[in-house]
Design a protein. Structure first.
Length: 399
């Protein structure tokens, strides 16, 4: 199944930065990573840097699936507010999860600075907006909860919002700790830099059979090549759930558009803006002066029905944006749809399961996919090194 459709901006802007071959011979390695999107790239890069011989494969092209469809807002806000997550999971685990997501933004920034291309990475403040009076009590509770646990946030009144960003809503939580990136460029840069460090990258190489043993895994490609690995990492998003005997995710169709370039700054400090609403709505800018709008999520049915809604969803997203910035008319340059996963508690599922003792699964579903991918890379690297991860127990499958 195609994970996205339409005209994702990142693909059209960046084209094909380089090329990786298909696998044509048998290989042995310490770790085989399946999936060359942003998650697989982060995992493989961290493993190669830690000294593991690593191979990464993808059945399609590099960063061709959900990565290309991502709007790449880097916020530590999760799909479940902190106050609600505490009610669900308890104070310690919920706060640790939010802190981990916040810290991942800074780590991604540091990683981008090490690469030859900064990948459009920019630190940005973030606004988490109460769209109506009905959501105000919960948002005030969320603000108080974050302040109580040491998060640097400010409460914005309607007057504050009018002065700060030029629109008025009942209230919002303002945080300086956010960021944005071009996920397609970041994936390519990680893989190209990883290759210089010894990473073996193969796209257009579907792995169709797996034989798990006590000592490792034998993976066989569609063209009959074999990769022998001590460990295997599944970084293929929802497709990896087909190997598991449990339901951990609901699939959603999500929609996005990017505008034609604007002549000036669309709103002060170009903060990330996200509504506390279902279906979600969020805005960001790009480093070439465009606006990205995303949201309009609904339950996934099939690719054809998802794709048929792109024109109507594009119109809806523009109307919602116009309710915030009526004096900022946008002309749509590209619009697209993607399929994403949502978990019951909003957290990723990262780690191992008993039925596959030599495998790790990196299922970073939800609105924090890229920050979860960074955390997955660190968790897996630490585990394989025999080091206890600071995120131990947070994102396991047994929660």
């Amino acid at each position: 199944m195609d994970l996205r459709s339409g005209h994702p901006y990142w693909l059209l802007r960046n084209g094909l930065p380089s090329s990786f071959p298909a696998l044509t011979k048998d290989l042995k390695c310490d770790v085989l990573v399946i999936g060359a999107g942003i998650t697989g790239a982060l995992v493989a890069f961290h493993l190669v840097e830690a000294g593991f011989s690593t191979v990464i494969t993808d059945k399609h092209g590099t960063a061709w699936g959900s990565t290309a469809a991502s709007t790449a807002l880097l916020q530590y806000d999760m799909d479940t507010p902190l106050c609600g997550l505490i009610d669900r999971l308890g104070q310690s685990r919920a706060v640790r999860a939010y802190l981990a997501s916040r810290d991942a933004i800074g780590k991604l920034h540091g990683l981008a600075k090490q690469l030859p291309d900064d990948c459009g990475f920019g630190l940005r403040p973030s606004l988490y907006v109460a769209p109506d009076a009905g959501s105000l009590d919960l948002m005030r509770r969320e603000y108080d909860t974050r302040r109580h646990y040491g998060f640097a946030v400010e409460w914005c009144s309607p007057q504050d919002l009018r002065q700060r960003v030029g629109f008025e809503r009942p209230g919002a939580i303002y945080s300086k700790e956010g960021g944005q990136v071009d996920p397609y460029r970041l994936t390519w840069q990680l893989l190209l830099e990883g290759r210089r460090k010894g990473l073996h990258v193969f796209d257009r190489t579907p792995v169709t059979e797996y034989d798990f043993t006590a000592n490792g895994v034998s993976a066989r490609t569609g063209k009959g090549r074999t990769i022998l690995a001590k460990h295997i990492i599944f970084a293929t998003g929802y497709e990896a759930t087909e190997l598991l005997d449990r339901r951990i995710v609901d699939l959603k169709s999500s929609y996005a558009l990017v505008s034609e370039p604007l002549s000036g700054t669309p709103w002060p400090d170009e903060c990330l803006i996200r509504e506390h609403a279902d279906p979600c709505l969020y805005f960001r800018t790009t480093d070439d002066h465009r606006v990205i709008i995303g949201g309009g999520d609904e339950p996934f049915r099939n690719p054809e029905k998802r794709d048929a809604l792109i024109p109507a969803k594009t119109k809806l997203l523009l109307e919602k944006f116009g309710s915030y910035f009526p004096r900022l008319p946008l002309e749509t340059a590209f619009a697209w749809a993607g399929t994403f996963g949502e978990t019951r508690d909003g957290l990723a599922s990262i780690g191992q399961v008993p039925e596959y003792p030599r495998a790790f699964f990196t299922l970073g579903f939800g609105g924090n996919g890229i920050t979860y991918s960074l955390l997955a890379a660190e968790i897996i690297r630490d585990t394989l090194q025999g080091v206890r991860s600071p995120y131990d127990g947070l994102f396991g499958f047994n929660r």
